[in-house]
Design a protein around this ligand. Structure first.
Ligand SMILES: [Zn+2]
Length: 92
């Protein structure tokens, strides 16, 4: 008997070529959107839901796109690279 692989997200039958194993990103998304669902490694997700989960999944902070939105990020002020300016040394 062939096991019917149902998408854990939309509950539709996932075709073999649309079937994807659950990655951590997908699992995190599912736990957030469907708290009642307990994703396991034997579950599968269809291609559409996988794309959706990746779009909506919380991204790790290491992404460089987040730097401009990070309030803690401060670009190095250019003045700190030169502790003293040559002009102030030559003046009496
Ligand atoms: Zn699906």
């Amino acid at each position: 008997m062939v096991k019917a692989y149902k998408c854990i997200c939309c509950n539709k039958r996932a075709k073999p070529k649309d079937r994807r194993p659950l990655t951590d990103t997908v699992k995190n998304y599912l736990r957030r959107v469907f708290p009642a669902v307990d994703p396991t490694d034997s579950d599968v997700i269809c291609f559409q839901c996988r794309v959706k989960s990746y779009k909506n999944a919380p991204k790790p902070r290491q992404c460089s796109d987040n730097i401009s939105n990070d309030p803690d990020y401060q670009p190095q002020p250019s003045t700190s690279r030169q502790p003293f300016s040559p002009l102030s040394v030559s003046s009496p």
